[in-house]
Design a protein around this ligand. Sequence first.
Ligand SMILES: [Zn+2]
Length: 390
Amino acid sequence: MQADLVIAGATAPDGSLVDVAISGATISAVTPAGELPQGARRIEAAGKLVSPSFVEGHIHLDKTLLGLPFIPHIPGNTVALRIAAEKQLRRTVALPVEERGGRLIEQIAAFGTGSIRSHVDIDTEIGLKGLHALMVLKERYAHLVDIQIVAFPQSGVITDSGTAALLDAALEEGADLVGGLDPAGIDNDVTGHLDAIFSIAEKHGVGLDIHLHDPGPLGAFELRQIAGRTKAAGLEGKVAVSHAFALGSIDDVEFGRTAQALASAGVAIMTNGPGPVSMPPVKRLKAAGVTVFAGSDNIRDAWSPYGNGDLLQRAMIIGYRQDFNADEDVAHAFAMVTTIPATVLGLEGYGLAPGCRADLVLIPAGSVPEAVAGVSGGRTVLKHGKVIAG
Ligand SMILES: [Zn+2]
Protein backbone atom coordinates (compact mmCIF):
# COMPACT_ATOMS: atom_id res chain seq x y z
CA MET A 1 0.00 0.00 0.00
CA GLN A 2 1.32 3.45 -0.98
CA ALA A 3 1.31 6.15 1.66
CA ASP A 4 3.05 9.52 1.86
CA LEU A 5 3.29 9.36 5.62
CA VAL A 6 2.66 6.82 8.37
CA ILE A 7 2.04 7.67 11.99
CA ALA A 8 3.22 4.48 13.65
CA GLY A 9 2.26 3.13 17.07
CA ALA A 10 -0.18 5.82 18.22
CA THR A 11 -2.95 5.47 20.77
CA ALA A 12 -6.37 6.14 19.22
CA PRO A 13 -9.01 7.94 21.33
CA ASP A 14 -10.66 4.55 21.98
CA GLY A 15 -7.43 3.31 23.56
CA SER A 16 -6.35 0.95 20.78
CA LEU A 17 -2.78 1.08 19.42
CA VAL A 18 -2.82 1.95 15.72
CA ASP A 19 -0.84 2.92 12.65
CA VAL A 20 -2.33 5.68 10.52
CA ALA A 21 -1.43 5.91 6.82
CA ILE A 22 -1.85 9.21 5.02
CA SER A 23 -2.01 9.71 1.26
CA GLY A 24 -2.15 13.33 0.17
CA ALA A 25 -4.60 15.13 2.41
CA THR A 26 -6.55 11.99 3.32
CA ILE A 27 -6.24 9.11 5.78
CA SER A 28 -5.84 6.02 3.62
CA ALA A 29 -5.66 3.35 6.33
CA VAL A 30 -5.94 2.84 10.07
CA THR A 31 -4.65 -0.56 11.16
CA PRO A 32 -3.58 -2.24 14.39
CA ALA A 33 -0.03 -1.07 15.20
CA GLY A 34 2.75 -2.91 13.36
CA GLU A 35 0.65 -4.03 10.40
CA LEU A 36 1.59 -1.29 7.95
CA PRO A 37 4.64 -2.07 5.82
CA GLN A 38 7.83 -0.06 6.31
CA GLY A 39 8.97 2.29 3.59
CA ALA A 40 6.91 5.43 3.71
CA ARG A 41 8.03 8.44 5.70
CA ARG A 42 7.20 7.67 9.32
CA ILE A 43 6.42 9.48 12.52
CA GLU A 44 7.13 7.13 15.42
CA ALA A 45 4.35 8.00 17.86
CA ALA A 46 5.61 5.74 20.67
CA GLY A 47 2.14 5.45 22.16
CA LYS A 48 1.18 9.12 21.97
CA LEU A 49 -2.49 9.92 21.55
CA VAL A 50 -3.63 10.61 17.98
CA SER A 51 -6.88 12.47 17.46
CA PRO A 52 -8.69 14.28 14.69
CA SER A 53 -7.88 18.00 15.02
CA PHE A 54 -9.65 20.16 17.56
CA VAL A 55 -12.71 22.01 16.33
CA GLU A 56 -13.17 25.54 17.63
CA GLY A 57 -16.92 26.05 18.08
CA HIS A 58 -16.86 29.74 18.96
CA ILE A 59 -14.16 32.35 18.56
CA HIS A 60 -13.93 36.03 17.58
CA LEU A 61 -11.02 36.47 15.17
CA ASP A 62 -11.85 40.15 14.63
CA LYS A 63 -11.82 41.10 18.31
CA THR A 64 -8.47 39.75 19.47
CA LEU A 65 -5.74 42.22 20.39
CA LEU A 66 -2.93 39.71 19.84
CA GLY A 67 0.04 41.32 18.16
CA LEU A 68 -0.32 44.46 20.28
CA PRO A 69 1.30 45.12 23.64
CA PHE A 70 -0.97 43.80 26.42
CA ILE A 71 -3.87 46.24 26.83
CA PRO A 72 -5.29 46.56 30.37
CA HIS A 73 -8.91 45.46 30.71
CA ILE A 74 -11.49 48.26 30.80
CA PRO A 75 -13.82 47.55 33.78
CA GLY A 76 -17.57 46.99 33.41
CA ASN A 77 -19.48 43.76 33.96
CA THR A 78 -22.67 44.04 31.90
CA VAL A 79 -22.98 43.15 28.22
CA ALA A 80 -23.95 46.75 27.40
CA LEU A 81 -20.89 48.15 29.22
CA ARG A 82 -18.60 45.71 27.46
CA ILE A 83 -20.02 46.68 24.06
CA ALA A 84 -19.36 50.35 24.89
CA ALA A 85 -15.81 49.57 26.12
CA GLU A 86 -15.07 47.61 22.96
CA LYS A 87 -16.29 50.39 20.67
CA GLN A 88 -14.15 52.89 22.54
CA LEU A 89 -11.09 50.66 22.26
CA ARG A 90 -11.46 49.57 18.66
CA ARG A 91 -11.43 53.18 17.44
CA THR A 92 -7.89 53.48 18.79
CA VAL A 93 -6.42 50.14 17.64
CA ALA A 94 -4.23 50.69 14.62
CA LEU A 95 -3.29 47.06 13.91
CA PRO A 96 -5.77 45.69 11.35
CA VAL A 97 -7.94 42.59 11.89
CA GLU A 98 -5.94 40.78 9.20
CA GLU A 99 -2.84 41.05 11.42
CA ARG A 100 -4.43 40.37 14.82
CA GLY A 101 -6.72 37.59 13.59
CA GLY A 102 -3.85 36.06 11.63
CA ARG A 103 -1.75 35.97 14.78
CA LEU A 104 -4.57 34.14 16.58
CA ILE A 105 -5.01 31.62 13.76
CA GLU A 106 -1.30 30.79 13.75
CA GLN A 107 -1.41 30.31 17.53
CA ILE A 108 -4.45 28.03 17.63
CA ALA A 109 -3.38 25.99 14.61
CA ALA A 110 -0.14 25.16 16.43
CA PHE A 111 -2.18 23.88 19.39
CA GLY A 112 -3.99 21.48 17.04
CA THR A 113 -7.14 23.31 15.96
CA GLY A 114 -8.02 22.52 12.35
CA SER A 115 -11.48 24.02 11.91
CA ILE A 116 -13.15 27.02 13.49
CA ARG A 117 -16.42 28.91 13.68
CA SER A 118 -15.70 32.61 14.07
CA HIS A 119 -18.24 35.29 14.76
CA VAL A 120 -17.57 38.70 13.22
CA ASP A 121 -19.02 41.98 14.43
CA ILE A 122 -21.49 43.63 12.10
CA ASP A 123 -22.90 47.00 13.15
CA THR A 124 -23.74 50.35 11.59
CA GLU A 125 -20.41 51.87 12.62
CA ILE A 126 -18.07 49.17 11.33
CA GLY A 127 -20.30 47.84 8.56
CA LEU A 128 -18.87 44.81 6.76
CA LYS A 129 -15.21 45.71 7.34
CA GLY A 130 -14.67 42.85 9.78
CA LEU A 131 -16.35 40.38 7.45
CA HIS A 132 -14.11 41.39 4.58
CA ALA A 133 -11.04 40.96 6.81
CA LEU A 134 -12.19 37.49 7.85
CA MET A 135 -12.74 36.50 4.23
CA VAL A 136 -9.12 37.49 3.55
CA LEU A 137 -7.99 35.40 6.55
CA LYS A 138 -10.08 32.44 5.41
CA GLU A 139 -8.22 32.35 2.12
CA ARG A 140 -4.79 33.31 3.47
CA TYR A 141 -4.80 30.62 6.15
CA ALA A 142 -6.61 27.80 4.31
CA HIS A 143 -3.45 25.69 4.73
CA LEU A 144 -3.86 25.89 8.55
CA VAL A 145 -7.59 26.08 9.33
CA ASP A 146 -11.04 25.96 7.77
CA ILE A 147 -13.11 28.95 8.80
CA GLN A 148 -16.89 29.24 9.11
CA ILE A 149 -18.14 32.82 9.58
CA VAL A 150 -21.13 33.98 11.64
CA ALA A 151 -22.41 37.49 10.86
CA PHE A 152 -22.81 38.73 14.43
CA PRO A 153 -24.90 41.81 15.38
CA GLN A 154 -22.79 42.76 18.42
CA SER A 155 -24.70 46.01 18.97
CA GLY A 156 -28.19 44.55 18.46
CA VAL A 157 -30.53 44.46 15.51
CA ILE A 158 -33.37 46.67 16.75
CA THR A 159 -31.28 49.02 18.94
CA ASP A 160 -28.75 49.51 16.15
CA SER A 161 -31.27 50.06 13.41
CA GLY A 162 -29.83 49.32 9.98
CA THR A 163 -27.96 46.23 11.16
CA ALA A 164 -30.50 43.77 9.71
CA ALA A 165 -29.79 45.05 6.20
CA LEU A 166 -26.05 44.68 6.88
CA LEU A 167 -26.52 41.09 8.08
CA ASP A 168 -28.43 40.35 4.91
CA ALA A 169 -25.59 41.86 2.87
CA ALA A 170 -23.03 39.87 4.87
CA LEU A 171 -24.77 36.62 3.94
CA GLU A 172 -24.87 37.78 0.35
CA GLU A 173 -21.11 38.39 0.44
CA GLY A 174 -20.00 35.13 1.99
CA ALA A 175 -20.85 34.78 5.68
CA ASP A 176 -21.98 31.24 6.47
CA LEU A 177 -24.45 31.79 9.33
CA VAL A 178 -26.55 34.50 10.93
CA GLY A 179 -25.81 35.52 14.50
CA GLY A 180 -27.94 37.12 17.19
CA LEU A 181 -27.58 38.73 20.60
CA ASP A 182 -29.78 38.87 23.69
CA PRO A 183 -33.13 39.62 22.04
CA ALA A 184 -34.43 40.87 25.41
CA GLY A 185 -31.33 42.12 27.20
CA ILE A 186 -29.90 44.21 24.36
CA ASP A 187 -32.78 44.76 21.94
CA ASN A 188 -35.68 44.70 24.43
CA ASP A 189 -37.74 43.13 21.65
CA VAL A 190 -37.65 39.34 21.55
CA THR A 191 -40.12 39.05 18.68
CA GLY A 192 -38.56 41.82 16.60
CA HIS A 193 -35.03 40.47 17.04
CA LEU A 194 -35.92 36.87 16.25
CA ASP A 195 -38.14 37.90 13.31
CA ALA A 196 -35.19 39.75 11.81
CA ILE A 197 -32.49 37.11 12.18
CA PHE A 198 -34.65 34.07 11.35
CA SER A 199 -36.01 35.73 8.21
CA ILE A 200 -32.45 36.41 7.01
CA ALA A 201 -31.45 32.81 7.76
CA GLU A 202 -34.48 31.46 5.90
CA LYS A 203 -33.90 33.76 2.94
CA HIS A 204 -30.32 32.50 2.56
CA GLY A 205 -30.94 28.90 3.63
CA VAL A 206 -28.35 29.00 6.41
CA GLY A 207 -28.20 28.22 10.12
CA LEU A 208 -27.94 30.54 13.12
CA ASP A 209 -25.67 30.87 16.13
CA ILE A 210 -27.08 33.25 18.73
CA HIS A 211 -25.26 34.75 21.73
CA LEU A 212 -27.60 34.58 24.72
CA HIS A 213 -26.44 35.96 28.08
CA ASP A 214 -29.93 36.80 29.40
CA PRO A 215 -30.24 34.96 32.73
CA GLY A 216 -32.88 32.90 34.56
CA PRO A 217 -36.49 32.41 33.40
CA LEU A 218 -36.17 35.25 30.87
CA GLY A 219 -33.26 33.51 29.13
CA ALA A 220 -35.09 30.16 29.31
CA PHE A 221 -38.15 31.76 27.69
CA GLU A 222 -35.93 33.05 24.87
CA LEU A 223 -34.39 29.60 24.42
CA ARG A 224 -37.87 28.11 23.98
CA GLN A 225 -38.74 30.87 21.52
CA ILE A 226 -35.60 30.06 19.53
CA ALA A 227 -36.45 26.34 19.61
CA GLY A 228 -39.98 27.03 18.38
CA ARG A 229 -38.79 29.20 15.53
CA THR A 230 -36.13 26.66 14.59
CA LYS A 231 -38.82 24.02 14.12
CA ALA A 232 -41.14 26.38 12.28
CA ALA A 233 -38.31 27.25 9.85
CA GLY A 234 -37.28 23.60 9.38
CA LEU A 235 -33.80 24.47 10.66
CA GLU A 236 -33.45 21.52 13.05
CA GLY A 237 -29.75 20.72 13.56
CA LYS A 238 -28.63 24.06 12.09
CA VAL A 239 -29.14 26.36 15.08
CA ALA A 240 -26.88 26.90 18.09
CA VAL A 241 -27.17 29.14 21.12
CA SER A 242 -23.90 30.29 22.62
CA HIS A 243 -23.51 30.70 26.39
CA ALA A 244 -27.15 30.17 27.48
CA PHE A 245 -26.20 30.97 31.09
CA ALA A 246 -29.91 30.70 31.94
CA LEU A 247 -29.75 26.90 31.76
CA GLY A 248 -27.56 26.88 34.86
CA SER A 249 -29.84 29.02 37.03
CA ILE A 250 -33.45 27.86 36.58
CA ASP A 251 -35.56 25.44 38.61
CA ASP A 252 -36.15 21.83 37.61
CA VAL A 253 -39.53 22.42 35.97
CA GLU A 254 -38.25 25.30 33.88
CA PHE A 255 -35.10 23.37 33.02
CA GLY A 256 -37.07 20.28 31.98
CA ARG A 257 -39.37 22.05 29.56
CA THR A 258 -36.58 24.18 28.13
CA ALA A 259 -34.22 21.23 27.60
CA GLN A 260 -37.06 19.28 26.00
CA ALA A 261 -37.77 22.15 23.59
CA LEU A 262 -34.08 22.44 22.64
CA ALA A 263 -33.69 18.67 22.13
CA SER A 264 -36.78 18.33 19.97
CA ALA A 265 -35.69 21.27 17.78
CA GLY A 266 -32.09 20.06 17.53
CA VAL A 267 -30.78 23.35 18.94
CA ALA A 268 -27.21 22.93 20.22
CA ILE A 269 -25.64 24.84 23.11
CA MET A 270 -22.10 26.24 23.13
CA THR A 271 -20.26 26.84 26.39
CA ASN A 272 -16.76 28.08 27.12
CA GLY A 273 -16.91 27.05 30.79
CA PRO A 274 -17.37 30.63 32.01
CA GLY A 275 -15.98 31.69 35.37
CA PRO A 276 -18.21 33.74 37.66
CA VAL A 277 -21.61 33.11 36.04
CA SER A 278 -23.93 30.12 35.90
CA MET A 279 -23.08 27.60 33.22
CA PRO A 280 -25.24 25.12 31.28
CA PRO A 281 -25.07 21.76 33.11
CA VAL A 282 -23.45 19.59 30.45
CA LYS A 283 -24.37 16.11 31.69
CA ARG A 284 -27.96 17.03 32.53
CA LEU A 285 -28.41 18.51 29.08
CA LYS A 286 -26.78 15.50 27.45
CA ALA A 287 -29.16 13.19 29.33
CA ALA A 288 -32.06 15.30 28.03
CA GLY A 289 -30.79 14.86 24.46
CA VAL A 290 -29.31 18.35 24.03
CA THR A 291 -25.99 18.68 22.19
CA VAL A 292 -23.44 20.79 24.09
CA PHE A 293 -20.18 21.79 22.41
CA ALA A 294 -17.31 24.04 23.39
CA GLY A 295 -15.47 27.11 22.18
CA SER A 296 -12.86 29.56 23.39
CA ASP A 297 -14.93 32.73 22.85
CA ASN A 298 -12.92 35.84 23.69
CA ILE A 299 -9.13 35.67 23.63
CA ARG A 300 -7.10 38.70 24.71
CA ASP A 301 -9.72 41.23 23.64
CA ALA A 302 -11.96 43.98 25.00
CA TRP A 303 -14.19 41.34 26.62
CA SER A 304 -11.53 39.29 28.38
CA PRO A 305 -7.80 39.55 28.99
CA TYR A 306 -7.63 35.74 29.34
CA GLY A 307 -7.11 32.83 27.01
CA ASN A 308 -4.71 31.46 24.43
CA GLY A 309 -7.11 29.48 22.24
CA ASP A 310 -5.83 26.04 23.26
CA LEU A 311 -8.91 23.80 23.07
CA LEU A 312 -7.31 21.06 25.16
CA GLN A 313 -7.05 23.64 27.93
CA ARG A 314 -10.67 24.64 27.24
CA ALA A 315 -11.75 21.00 27.66
CA MET A 316 -9.90 20.97 30.98
CA ILE A 317 -11.60 24.20 32.13
CA ILE A 318 -15.03 22.79 31.25
CA GLY A 319 -14.30 19.48 32.96
CA TYR A 320 -13.06 21.34 36.04
CA ARG A 321 -16.09 23.66 36.15
CA GLN A 322 -18.48 20.71 35.76
CA ASP A 323 -16.71 18.51 38.32
CA PHE A 324 -15.90 15.89 35.65
CA ASN A 325 -13.52 13.44 37.29
CA ALA A 326 -14.43 9.94 36.04
CA ASP A 327 -12.63 8.95 32.84
CA GLU A 328 -15.82 8.87 30.77
CA ASP A 329 -16.75 12.39 31.88
CA VAL A 330 -13.29 13.81 31.17
CA ALA A 331 -13.43 12.07 27.79
CA HIS A 332 -16.75 13.82 27.18
CA ALA A 333 -15.05 17.18 27.72
CA PHE A 334 -12.59 16.11 24.98
CA ALA A 335 -15.50 15.21 22.69
CA MET A 336 -16.81 18.74 23.25
CA VAL A 337 -13.74 20.12 21.43
CA THR A 338 -13.52 17.39 18.77
CA THR A 339 -16.34 15.15 17.53
CA ILE A 340 -19.31 17.14 18.90
CA PRO A 341 -18.44 20.53 17.36
CA ALA A 342 -17.46 18.70 14.15
CA THR A 343 -21.07 17.56 13.92
CA VAL A 344 -22.49 20.97 14.88
CA LEU A 345 -20.34 22.69 12.25
CA GLY A 346 -21.32 20.06 9.70
CA LEU A 347 -17.69 19.16 8.91
CA GLU A 348 -17.35 16.51 6.24
CA GLY A 349 -14.70 13.80 6.45
CA TYR A 350 -13.94 14.41 10.12
CA GLY A 351 -12.62 11.42 12.03
CA LEU A 352 -9.90 8.84 12.41
CA ALA A 353 -10.84 6.41 9.66
CA PRO A 354 -9.94 5.69 6.03
CA GLY A 355 -11.29 8.44 3.76
CA CYS A 356 -11.30 11.07 6.52
CA ARG A 357 -9.28 14.24 6.22
CA ALA A 358 -5.72 13.95 7.51
CA ASP A 359 -6.23 16.82 9.96
CA LEU A 360 -4.69 15.32 13.07
CA VAL A 361 -3.06 16.16 16.36
CA LEU A 362 -0.54 13.95 18.13
CA ILE A 363 -0.55 14.54 21.89
CA PRO A 364 2.08 13.29 24.37
CA ALA A 365 -0.40 11.43 26.58
CA GLY A 366 -1.38 7.78 26.86
CA SER A 367 -5.12 8.39 26.88
CA VAL A 368 -7.78 11.05 26.31
CA PRO A 369 -8.41 11.69 30.04
CA GLU A 370 -4.67 12.08 30.66
CA ALA A 371 -4.38 14.57 27.78
CA VAL A 372 -7.28 16.69 29.10
CA ALA A 373 -6.35 16.54 32.76
CA GLY A 374 -2.73 17.57 32.19
CA VAL A 375 -3.30 19.80 29.12
CA SER A 376 -0.40 17.97 27.50
CA GLY A 377 1.94 20.21 25.50
CA GLY A 378 4.53 19.38 22.85
CA ARG A 379 2.03 18.36 20.20
CA THR A 380 2.53 17.50 16.54
CA VAL A 381 -0.14 18.91 14.23
CA LEU A 382 -1.08 17.85 10.71
CA LYS A 383 -3.33 19.77 8.33
CA HIS A 384 -4.22 18.39 4.90
CA GLY A 385 -1.71 15.58 5.61
CA LYS A 386 1.21 17.97 6.17
CA VAL A 387 3.00 18.59 9.45
CA ILE A 388 2.34 22.24 10.33
CA ALA A 389 3.60 22.26 13.92
CA GLY A 390 5.75 20.16 16.21
ZN1 LIG B 1 -18.81 35.21 21.66
